[in-house]
Design a protein around this ligand. Structure first.
Ligand code: AMP
Ligand code: ZN
Length: 482
């Protein structure tokens, strides 16, 4: 740990203010990020949120903090309609397993590995702990028992609900009021809850349920929200510093986590809540459920390396929406190439970053990242350095390599071309693009099959067709998953 890490300010969703970060233990920061639900490939919208967690992680380490970073794996309990209106269902992982003719564990393992590969391609540093929900069932049952004992939860026929009316602070994060929740709920779909705003901590297993565990209330499985309370408390303790996630997790997921963790312990647990805004495409949220998605693997087919997307993500503040367009990706790729040229063209000589004018550039970079992760301003300083006449080639290189500890753009690496496709694939892709332009769907489909036989996967996106060497998800013997 550095003697005195510089003051960091962060926008706390709970207080709606940008506040100094005051760690529970001086110089050390514990961070929890809600991880992926591993039933499908992560898309670059999900990855924007994990990039934002990575930038927080890297920024704090760069500034001299000792960071303990926990990011979970949701492999059970996240239901398709996980709102407060219903018990939800089906479980996303179980549903994907049934469709693919595989076990839930096989599905979870496959998509966990795919997610982590994508993270690695985007230079997202591994978390210190990646707990799986299914490894923490005992902790979830214990927490549920505590909430029952404290009068904050009740049982109805093997299912345990949280009684939101018993927790006066309910709504403090999202600003939702219980009365408004009542008005917005479809009461009829959930007849056994005392109140439509209550939510399930533990759910009784139905007859065909595969993932289920014995509990004091019979066989069942955890709710999605209790998972993050149990895993964060176990791996970061009863008071920790920062909790992150995408903006859509603020309600109900994080509101419910606060009700559970604080309800059980009787005191605040998380110091700062941070929420990242969405990545959009054609101004609509990129979403797994609608299929309006681009994956990291698709970027090569669009002619870009994954790190160009990282540069794009750095160019927008985490609390602003970012629209994914072909133009923005091209601009990001040329920005990345420009920074890399400044590093590659310079000699690797020792440079003292504490002397002028390097110290001034560094101070500006630090000022930007420490002020609510101001990556656009930090990136602008990096681009200024890349063309600063006042700096020698070696000084430019040394500064950019130093900034790259946060930016994570592999500025030392040569810019690679797009992923290589097998011989002949490019011709077929051109013919297919022409067939689609002529609305000749039969030819287009035939060419897609021909490409698939060569091991090239083609998908149609709002940006046109994209292709990549295929990495087939687990499915039936014929490869179908539906
Ligand atoms: P999920 O796997 O659906 O639980 O989502 C994983 C993370 O991705 C959560 O933090 C979501 O808030 C976040 N997320 C989902 N869609 C987007 C998007 N379009 N842009 C940014 N983050 C997203
Ligand atoms: Zn969570």
């Amino acid at each position: 740990m550095a003697e005195n890490p510089p003051q960091v300010r962060l926008h706390n969703s709970l207080t709606r203010r940008t506040e100094p970060l005051v760690p529970t233990e001086p110089g050390r920061v514990g961070i929890y990020t809600c991880g992926s639900t591993v039933y499908k490939y992560a898309h670059i919208g999900n990855l924007r949120t994990y990039l934002f967690g990575d930038l927080l992680h890297r920024t704090l380490e760069y500034l001299g903090y000792e960071v303990r970073y926990v990011k979970n794996i949701t492999d059970v309990g996240h239901m398709r309609n996980d709102d407060h209106d219903s018990i939800g269902g089906p479980d996303k992982v179980e549903e994907a397993a049934a469709l693919a003719g595989r076990t839930p564990a096989e599905i979870a393992d496959f998509y966990t590995a795919a997610w982590l590969e994508d993270e690695a391609l985007l230079n997202i540093l591994p978390a210190d702990v990646m707990p799986r929900a299914t490894d923490h069932i005992d902790e979830m049952i214990a927490l549920t028992e505590t909430l029952l004992r404290k009068g904050l939860a009740y049982e109805v026929d093997g299912t345990i609900y949280y009684d939101v009316s018993a927790f006066p602070d309910y709504g403090k994060l999202s600003g939702q009021r219980i009365e408004e929740l009542h008005a917005g709920h479809r009461v009829e779909v959930e007849s056994d809850k005392h109140d439509p705003a209550d939510f399930a901590l533990w759910k009784r297993a139905g007859e065909h349920r595969l993932m289920k565990w014995p509990s004091p209330w019979g066989d069942g499985f955890p709710g999605w929200h209790i998972e993050c309370s149990a895993m964060s408390l176990k791996h970061l303790g009863e008071r920790f510093d920062i909790h992150t996630g995408g903006i859509d997790l603020k309600f109900p997921h994080h509101e419910d986590e606060i009700a559970q963790s604080e309800g059980a312990l009787g005191h605040p647990v998380v110091g700062t809540w941070l929420h990242g805004e969405f990545l959009t495409m054609a101004d609509a949220k990129m979403a797994k459920s609608t299929g309006n998605v681009i994956r990291v693997a698709d970027l090569a087919g669009l002619g870009h390396e994954p790190l160009a997307f990282r540069h794009l993500a750095l160019s927008a503040h985490y609390r602003s929406k970012l629209d994914f367009t072909a133009d923005a990706m091209h601009a990001a790729a040329s920005g990345l190439a420009r920074l890399r040229r400044a590093v590659a063209s310079a000699p690797d000589e020792p440079v003292d970053l504490a002397s002028e004018p390097m110290a001034s550039y560094r101070a500006r970079f630090i000022g930007a990242i420490a002020e609510d992760l101001g990556m656009p301003a930090a990136l602008a300083v990096a681009h200024e350095v890349a063309s600063a006449n006042a700096l020698s080639d070696a000084q430019r290189r040394a500064l950019l390599r130093d900034f790259d500890r946060v930016l994570g753009l592999s500025l030392d690496a040569p810019s690679p071309g797009p992923a290589a496709l097998p011989d002949g694939a490019t011709k077929l892709l051109e013919r297919r693009a022409a067939a689609r332009a002529a609305r000749d769907w039969a030819t287009s489909d035939a060419l897609r099959d021909e490409l698939a036989a060569m091991g090239v996967e083609v998908r149609d996106t709002p940006e046109g067709q994209v292709s990549a060497p295929s990495n087939r998800p687990p499915g039936r013997a014929d490869g179908t998953t539906t």
